[in-house]
Write a protein that binds this ligand. Structure first.
Ligand SMILES: CC(C)(COP(=O)(O)OP(=O)(O)OC[C@H]1O[C@@H](n2cnc3c(N)ncnc32)[C@H](O)[C@@H]1OP(=O)(O)O)[C@@H](O)C(=O)NCCC(=O)NCCS
Length: 220
């Protein structure tokens, strides 16, 4: 029997996560997941319409659904590492169970460890001996090189490349199309701007952009 799952977040990544769930279900003889619905504290009208169009139930705000979370699987479909971590910690304290969701078209190598709550989207490639922490998001087409470690709540946006032997500490966002060169360490809570190329270690909490990546002035 399929396990019930709640998707948190009615926005873009929430609905992409619904696609990951649908693809997992379509790839197996018996469905793995039964989507109970989407919860969102403040969904925009357009997101409400988009969910209605897909006949996905919008269940209301997170707190309103507190009882539903106890013992139920969930996923946080929110790209921001900070928001994702706040919400995950809250619902896990209510007894919710983080699901691991890997799209069937993702290529996942040997000796890959994926911790609870992580989502790997279609077309992503994860090389050998990679560790993904809790609630890591690997977006469509992103590539994670061999022997890399992505700590809890890291987001790797579409088409980004984390090269081999890289360590990305918790809560960091790697922007769309960005590249982190091999062997580097990216500090906790950093942001690597879309299209950047990190050629040196990135300090915790900094925002870097450009090629080669430099700290963005307004954040320095
Ligand atoms: C780097 C980033 C976090 C900066 O956001 P921000 O602090 O709101 O910055 P602003 O938009 O105010 O821009 C500040 C300056 O940085 C520049 N800038 C912003 N993002 C940049 C980037 N990725 N590369 C180079 N320059 C960038 C802006 O042009 C602006 O320059 P100006 O002051 O000369 O006009 C953000 O732009 C980014 O790249 N985020 C990743 C987004 C992403 O991956 N999107 C895909 C989602 S699926």
């Amino acid at each position: 029997m399929a396990d019930g799952i709640i998707v948190i977040g009615a926005g873009g990544f929430g609905r992409e996560t619904l696609d990951v769930i649908a693809a997992i279900n379509a790839s197996t003889r018996d469905s793995v997941w039964d989507v109970i619905g989407v919860v969102d504290d403040a969904p925009a009208e357009i997101q409400i319409e988009r969910l209605r169009d897909r006949e996905i139930r919008l269940l209301g705000g997170i707190d309103l659904n507190r009882e539903l979370f106890d013992g139920t699987h969930y996923t946080v479909g929110i790209g921001s590492p900070g928001a994702r971590s706040r919400i995950a910690e809250k619902v896990e304290a209510w007894g919710a169970l983080p699901a691991i969701l890997v799209h069937p078209t993702a290529v996942v190598g040997t000796r890959v460890a994926i911790a609870a709550g992580s989502v790997v989207c279609g077309g992503a490639q994860i090389s050998t001996n990679v560790q993904l922490g809790r609630h890591v998001q690997v977006n469509p087409g992103a590539i994670i090189g061999h022997d890399s470690v992505l700590d809890d709540f890291v987001s790797v946006n579409p088409g980004a490349i984390v090269s081999g032997e890289v360590t990305v500490s918790g809560g960091t966002l790697v922007g769309a199309g960005a590249i982190v060169l091999q062997g580097l360490a990216v500090g906790a809570g950093a942001t690597i701007g879309a299209g950047a190329c990190a050629t040196r270690d990135v300090d915790p909490g900094t925002v870097v952009v450009g090629i080669p990546a430099r700290v963005l002035e307004k954040h320095s």
